[in-house]
Design a protein around this ligand. Structure first.
Ligand code: AP5
Ligand code: MG
Ligand code: ZN
Length: 216
């Protein structure tokens, strides 16, 4: 299955992505996670993207597209993949179409998680991530059993650099301007699956699977 997860910052893309990729055994490709790993490891790419991410701005298309293109040619993408946080501009979507066409492949579905601004801010600000394994928590909505400690591996939890209130607002603004047009882009291609992202994590996952399986 070749899927894209679309939705504003804090909508729950990463949370649903983990469940989807484990159910369908496909790789989870999150451009945000790739960038954060590069920043952490101090790579050249990390240095190029850090300032954009800190400000809540998009990384330039050229940088993102070449990374995704390269990733899609890897062996583990043969049977499918889930793109999370890519594409994020019409330019990126067109580049993805072209790349898939060259590979003789097509997207199956674009899952669009819909959530209003107030909830997005609350979700992003309360998010905590495990330093060690990357598992995602929320101080109120999905707290770890022991404060600040990962249930899965015992690692310490941290707050993302761009999860401060002002930066989250900026990211939402950037989403409205540059990413939202992709909803129409994929609707026109008859690929869009709208999912109500205000429900519980489990209900949303159920809705996604039901919609996907209704199709296949
Ligand atoms: P990226 O890492 O993709 O961030 P984002 O799109 O802003 O989305 P988030 O990861 O913040 O939210 P999410 O939807 O994954 O929510 P989550 O599941 O964690 O991008 C970061 C930056 O990288 C960008 O700003 C940009 O600079 C750069 N970048 C990345 N890709 C790029 C691209 N293609 N082009 C250019 N630049 C790019 O959930 C959020 C919280 O809510 C968690 O705490 C979770 O526990 C909780 N939660 C989730 N679901 C629910 C629920 N149903 N009920 C209650 N709580 C919930
Ligand atoms: Mg995410
Ligand atoms: Zn962990």
């Amino acid at each position: 299955m070749r899927l894209v997860l679309l939705g504003p910052p804090g909508a729950g893309k990463g949370t649903q992505a983990s469940a989807i990729v484990s159910k369908y055994s496909i790789p989870h490709i999150s451009t945000g996670d790739i960038f954060r790993a590069n920043i952490k490891n101090g790579t050249e790419l990390g240095k190029q993207v850090e300032a954009y991410m800190k400000k809540g701005l998009l990384v330039p298309d050229e940088l993102v597209v070449s990374i995704v293109k390269d990733r899609l040619t890897k062996e583990d993408c043969k049977e499918g993949f889930l793109l999370d946080g890519f594409p994020r501009t019409v330019n990126q979507a067109e580049a993805l179409d072209k790349e898939l066409k060259d590979m003789n492949l097509k997207l199956d579905r674009v899952i669009n998680i819909e959530v209003g601004k107030e909830i997005l801010i609350e979700r992003a600000i309360g998010r905590r991530i495990c330093k060690n394994c990357g598992a995602t928590y929320h101080v109120k909505f999905s707290p770890p059993k022991v404060e600040n400690t990962c249930d899965k591996c015992g690692g310490e939890l941290y707050q993302r650099d761009d999860d401060k209130a002002e930066t989250v607002e900026k990211r939402i603004e950037v989403y409205q301007e540059q990413t939202k047009p992709l909803i129409d882009y994929y609707k026109e291609k008859d690929l869009l699956l709208n999912i109500d992202g205000t429900k519980s994590i489990e209900e949303i996952f159920y809705d996604i699977v039901a919609s996907l399986e209704g199709d296949f």
